[in-house]
Design a protein around this ligand. Sequence first.
Ligand SMILES: [Zn+2]
Length: 272
Amino acid sequence: MRFALINDKPTEAMPGLVDAVCPGCGASVIAKCGTQKIHHWAHKNMRMCDSWWETETEWHRAWKNKFPFEWQEIFLPDEQTGEKHIADIQTKYGLVIEFQHSFINPAERISREEFYKNMVWVVDGTRLSRDFPRFVKGGKFGSIELKPGIIKVDFADDYFPRNWLKGSVPVVFDFLGIDDPANADYTRKTLYCLFPSHDDFEAVFAKISRRVFIRTVLNGEWSERVTAFMDEMEQEYIEKQKQRQRNLQQPIYYRRNRFVYPAKIYRKKWRR
Ligand SMILES: [Zn+2]
């Protein structure tokens, strides 16, 4: 954890600080200020009280720093399990951002999406060396630009890691990691927001600059924009389904000799 309470005040871990407690469970925590891991607070006599918590990296902290302190590490009670879960960021508009560096199994991922609901994942696309090359290579298979910056591809797994497909909330891929955007090319420094999809194969994603992502989260526009876009996609999907249904109901015509018969009559007449 980045913050613990000392005299009720959120405080960052520093050598020599004592009498700190976890803001979630109230247990004693101690400052860990070694050289291997980023400075943090750890529970003294037990494991971290949130079972979903992952060890933080420099990448987590760099992202959290883009947002106000009051939005960081927000403890949210889970009524079903009695646990509390720590949202990396919860904005004052209610959006949760989870920064995910390590592998997460799909079952846990789904429970987290169901718990937070109004959320977006930001995934460290630099942890596995194959993720960025896969994404770049994917771009060579052809794609359709639905509107500026919005791309539809036939096979999502040509672009993105499989364990991040088929979610119920948007997933933003960060292929830059902790490198300086000033030294990176456009493809690497852009963020890619993968939207949830009904389709088993196809995917739609948006190219977003870091600046726009951070700005729209800060001013609350992110959820509105994403919801509007996802509603639009949902509407299109429903229309497509209806069209498919109508096509199935349309009578099929068969030709025999000089006559064209509707399928039903054709079968009666010729296929008894
Ligand atoms: Zn705790």
